[in-house]
Design a binder for this molecule. Structure first.
Ligand SMILES: [Zn+2]
Length: 203
């Protein structure tokens, strides 16, 4: 069985991390892993037309590769956050190396928001990141847009499980491109119909 929701244990381990947004009438779109040649401009265009602001958790190395795309995300008024330099798995990386990656990425991405890749983070890493005055942001609803074994119908059905305040994860990553081209506008329309507004994660 797949876990779309964050387990209670994690909430207990990381008590001051952000799991949900404060506004029960809003949902919080987040896009991880970018910027990317394949998707960023299309995402920005889609969000611009829909008049939605989202939060982009960028990888430092991708910002270095595509500085103009990163600047465009910021110029469009979206919130940005740190997603390490190269998508390190916290549980497979030493505390020192992990912290170095977060700090390096912070030179590229001016934001106190931090989202751990794969949601994997040790308690020690979490405490160190808090000492950098950064806010750890998890999520409450995962789209699995990067997973080719998930059908479009499954994804669309899963939209019914979204509640007010949910932080939704999508990916600015080539692996998710086909899925998003086909489903993002549908998801936006669906959520609008449910009378949700769209908000960004506040730093
Ligand atoms: Zn990621």
């Amino acid at each position: 069985m797949r876990i779309y929701r964050s387990p209670r244990l994690l909430r207990w381990l990381f008590p001051s991390a952000i799991w949900k947004g404060a506004d029960e009438h809003a949902v919080y779109l987040t896009f991880d892993d970018g910027p990317s040649q394949e998707l960023t401009l299309w995402l920005l265009e889609t969000l611009r037309k829909a008049e939605i602001k989202a939060t982009f958790f960028c990888m430092g190395n991708n910002v270095k590769k595509h500085p103009e795309l990163y600047r465009q995300i910021v110029a469009d008024g979206h919130e940005v956050g740190n997603h390490t330099m190269q998508h390190e798995n916290g549980l497979k990386t030493s505390v020192g190396d992990y912290l170095t990656s977060v700090k390096e990425a912070r030179k590229q991405i001016d934001s106190p928001l931090f989202r751990p890749p794969y949601g994997k983070l040790s308690v020690k890493q979490y405490l160190e990141i808090k000492r950098l005055h950064m806010k750890v942001v998890f999520w409450s609803w995962l789209s699995y847009d990067f997973d080719p074994s998930q059908s479009m119908d499954q994804l669309k059905n899963k939209l019914h499980t979204i509640n007010g305040g949910d932080i939704l994860v999508f990916h600015d990553n080539p692996k998710a491109a086909d899925t998003l081209f086909e489903s993002l506008q549908y998801a936006i329309d669906f959520l609008r119909q449910k009378a949700f507004t769209f908000k960004t994660i506040q730093p």
